[in-house]
Write a protein that binds this ligand. Sequence first.
Ligand code: GLN
Length: 478
Amino acid sequence: MSAQTLNQLTIKQARDGLAKKEFSAQELFLACLKEIENKDGGVHAFLETFEYPTSHYVPSTNHSSLVGIPIAIKDNILINGRKVSAASRVLENYTASYDATVVKKLIDAGALFLGRTNMDEFAMGSSTENSAYGPSRNPHDVSRVPGGSSGGSAAAVAANFCIAALGSDTGGSIRQPAALCGVVGFKPSYGAVSRNGLIAMASSLDVIGPITKTVEDAKILFDAIRGRDPLDSTTIDFKIQDSRFRIQGLRIGLPKEYFGAGLDPTIKKLVLAAVKKFEELGAQIKEISLPFSEYALAAYYIIMPAEVSANLARFDGIRYGASAANNPQFATNNLYDVYAKTRAHGFGAEVKRRVMLGTYILSAGYYDAYYLKAQKVRRLIREDFQKAFEDVDLIVGPTTPTTAFHFGEKTNDPLTMYLEDIYTVAANLAGIPALSIPCGSVKTDSGIAMPAGLHIMGRFEEDDIVLGAGMALEQTLR
Ligand code: GLN
């Protein structure tokens, strides 16, 4: 194996190569850093890269699944002693004072951290254009967005800057950028992975998950970070499903609501071709209906900003990060000035929009009309899925309605940007596991083929079945 290609390896291949001593962990790490140095200027996947550690923990036995594997970490996940900014000005020079549980678990598994990846500020967005530090670009066509909010992580995996990455998903932020960059993204069941040490966006929706080159890798990374955590009371230890997985006899539902107008016809064709493969592998395909899915986006854009406004109240210039009080540019005469000027200067437009929206939604006069109503709709959406999952084992459709769009195309109209999440948000509202895997590409006007994603959702706690189906399909698509 030549040294230049080490950065292209999957976790599985890198692990095998390291075990056989074909190369060292340092060579692998440096191959990634070199690729970043050569090519990240045009992509901007990373906000910061780290050096190869002078010493690192090597677990002696059993859970040694990630020894020496360089992993990129989304900039909203805390690594003790490192900067963490959530791509916001308000946390520009903030240093994490502890490790997120996922980071601790990765260290325990022997993984190495390559750097912090770019994202939409506080994970709000679908294009990474909302980063305070400038957008990331899609490695397939740098005139297009990589998706978001985990756009840096998805671009880093697609460009082979790292072996794998972590992202976070509140309404699609792992799956949508994975689809747009042609890589695998997995949003676990709510509570399968600890949120301790994840900078919160909307706590009832947020999940950390893997962005990888293969579904097999997503499973390896997910297994390393999953599990109950006393520091996050919403976590549960899920039963790990049988690994002798068969597609044969599995019932797959295609929601008719997901294939209507608004879906790019070429993506539709690619998704249906992948469904055909499932059928050839012995699955039974059924048309189903999720009647409340048309309200998913509306419910999400009420519940999410409500939680955002509460979670972001802590960035007040007193407790964390940047403060107008220490900035000679601002004249702060009283405490209110410190709050107001810190937030006015520290937050970008999209964050402010959502904080204002959320504050309004939660106000005494409107709480019942908006927040309470949206919670009721959320329950109906969850029941939609429960009903559907009585007849089918998996629900399959497109991850996104279109392939990657151009910079600026949707920034002037937030509503068109929000439509990017139309197929992904329901899984967060229902808390169920969902996977995006590459299913082909669509030729754009400029002749460049842009990737499309297939979306597979499963029952709550059946993460392993979703991943198992993805692995089986992946073998036929490659
Ligand atoms: N794009 C969605 C939003 O802007 C989802 C974000 C996310 O999952 N973090 O809210």
